[in-house]
Design a protein around this ligand. Sequence first.
Ligand code: SAH
Length: 521
Amino acid sequence: MGTGRVYLVGAGPGDPKLITVRGLEAIRKADVIVYDRLASPRLLKHRKPDAELVFVGKLPDKHMMKQEDINRLLADLALQGKVVTRLKGGDPSVFGRVGEEAELLAEHGIAYDIIPGITSSIAVPAYAGIPVTHRDFTSSVAIVTGHEYPNKTYSSLDWEHLAKAIGTMVFLMGVANLEQICRELIRCGKPPHMPVALVRWGTWTDQATITGTLEDIAAKVKAANFQSPAVIIVGEVVKLREKLAWIEKKPLFGRRVLVTRARCQASELTELIDELGGEPVEFPVIRLQPPSRPEALAALDAALADLARFDWAIFTSVNGVEYFFRRLRELRLDVRALAKARLVAVGPKTAEALEQRGLVAELLPGDFRAEGLLEALLPQLAAGQRALLPTADIARDYLPVKLRELGVEVSEVDVYENVLALEDGDEVLELLRQGGIHIITFTSSSTVTNLFEALRRLGEPEPLQLLQGAQIACIGPKTAETARRLGLSITYMAEEATVASLAESLTWPGRKHESVGDPNH
Ligand code: SAH
């Protein structure tokens, strides 16, 4: 038997970055992850590729696994020699029943760690601009269950002492009992005008807040049909929200943004969306791979074997650089063969990719498209020179055509190809159907065509209808043209053909770019 063990991990309140370093390590190490609905599913992407997932939360039929069965499951898995990570919302010790889980493990002599997490009781108010203590208002805070156990009554809590002694009160699991809680607090001496806030799905994309007083909050919550999970904060500190609310001010607050580019290229865009307060949803519709056609590969290998003959090496994308070097390495060839060639990069990212390999591109035109590049090169090009152009199979042929017109001998070789990525798309499909994707980003024409194709393959006969509910953001005019041709209208358009510029365009208010160059308008 292997050495099984269990990590009882606080997953934080929802924002996937609010997990501890130790907690994340436990996710990475796990053979099995046992989780429920308050632990963000976005954390699961850090798991090992073959890790098993077990959901023990409430299912659509409202059926839930019993706590004793969860305890048993953790013990059994560990006894089978597995590394088990039990992800629990917030902190596992705060109304998280970690005690019961750990008890059974201890009884069986199974090793376990309790890894604390950021509890919703403090973090959720903070995300709503409410610090649970403040020098001017309160010097104590209590975290209280708002849940009425069937075999207990509220009298099991000493309401009178709580109401007198405690400044800020934070109730978890209390939405259903809000009215009684407020009534009880007033009865025990809290002033009826005491401020109250409810924050639901705090730190998630759907975070929403409602404020009132002990007297009127229950009616407000009912009228708004405001449902759990929510944290209830009672105390003067609630007033600070007016001044301190911060997350709602982020430009992409509450917005889910679909990222369609290849997974290996997505991180810059997803980080930017995250910084702007949005939730990036990765759905790569492109995968990059080495050329699959034997002739293409043979042409590439021939060019790489004879690098010394080139006067120019023109790199048009980061991927071009990456796959160029990958193949060079596979063939055990040395980049010094390029010593004579002058290196050109289209755009700063491509130049950076070269620099990372110790190569400095000497020309960096301000205009990121092929047209601008050519203009910059023109004075130095001469007939009879030889240029190497490592590209993708679907690269536009403007540049080689123009170079050839000038008498330059161009070796255009495919270093990689774009293929349709077919990932598990159930979740994205569901979000699209519910209108839960607010913006779709396209970073090349093939992301557009491939998204349509991917959705069709997922069984969606009319992808256009599904996509029309979202706003569309395009990185450049070619991409926008493809999107329009397929029936989409463009809301956001990058000023420069870079991911940073695309992300920035999303922060522009309104639908400013709706009709950019659209022949239908
Ligand atoms: N261990 C958890 C609490 C579990 S009890 C923690 O430390 O946060 C479950 C209750 O926590 C919910 O009913 C709700 O009151 C609260 N809760 C958890 N996550 C929340 C969130 N993201 N937003 C609002 N309330 C949340």
